[in-house]
Design a binder for this molecule. Structure first.
Ligand code: BG6
Ligand code: MG
Length: 220
């Protein structure tokens, strides 16, 4: 017997709003400040990856991972974050991606629960700028987890907070690391965007997300 869909766990950056572009701009500035070229294609590898792990991937790309002291690495990460946070000031409630508000309204109408699973330390700032903090029954951010995506911990913790079994929810992600985390948690996965592997279903953009489609996918 299949269990009914009782909740949805959303990634934040790139699913609820397009902060992924701001992360890109901030990493580009920091990488180029130390002579490392940075483009959108490489940025794809950083989606869903924690701040420090992202920086280590950038340094590794040019074989520079041993060129910096721990202190310098922390200063570079702080530099990236400072610029990123300054870009966040541009965010308003109008920046919620298409279809997301409608989906949340539909979930609530059917008494389904919703949570955020974001490895970002800025998750609450972003949700507050979007005026969406109150929309979620549970929010898991970097403060609540010890392992970053693709580890399943963050999605398992989101289900625990919603008081639901992992078999009762679907997870929505725009990052490969996120899809892997959802799958590893034993949750039905929905990818948003292109180039994602192994998602149970992929949609091109958030405007195509729909409760009925999620229910059908979950029941399979
Ligand atoms: C994820 C983003 O949601 O959060 C990553 O996809 C980002 O790109 C990570 O590195 C950590 O974010 P922050 O805000 O803590 O630097
Ligand atoms: Mg994301």
């Amino acid at each position: 017997m299949t269990t009914a869909l009782k909740g949805v766990v959303f990634d934040l950056d790139g699913v609820i709003t397009d902060t992924a572009h701001y992360h890109y701009l901030a990493w580009k500035k920091t990488a180029e400040s130390i002579g490392i070229e940075f483009d959108e294609a490489f940025n794809e590898n950083l989606k869903g990856v924690s701040r420090i792990d992202s920086l280590l991937l950038i340094l590794k790309k040019d074989g520079r991972e041993n060129d910096f002291t721990q202190e310098q690495i922390e200063a570079l990460a702080a530099d990236k974050n400072e610029f990123y946070v300054s870009l966040l000031k541009e965010i308003t409630p109008a920046d919620v991606l298409p279809g997301i508000k409608e989906l949340i309204v539909a979930l609530k109408k059917q008494n389904l629960k919703c949570a955020i699973a974001s490895v970002s330390k800025n998750a609450r700032t972003v949700l507050s700028a979007l005026e969406m903090e109150q929309e979620f029954d549970y929010i898991v951010d970097a403060a609540k987890i010890t392992k970053s995506k693709p580890d399943p911990e963050i999605f398992v913790e989101a289900c625990r907070g919603l008081n639901l079994d992992t078999s009762e929810v679907v997870g929505i992600e725009d990052a490969q690391a996120g899809i892997e985390a959802i799958n590893a948690a034993g949750i039905v996965s929905v990818g948003v965007g292109s180039g994602l592997r192994d998602a149970d279903m992929t949609v091109k953009n958030t405007g195509l997300l729909d409760l009925r489609i999620l229910e059908i996918l979950h029941s399979k």
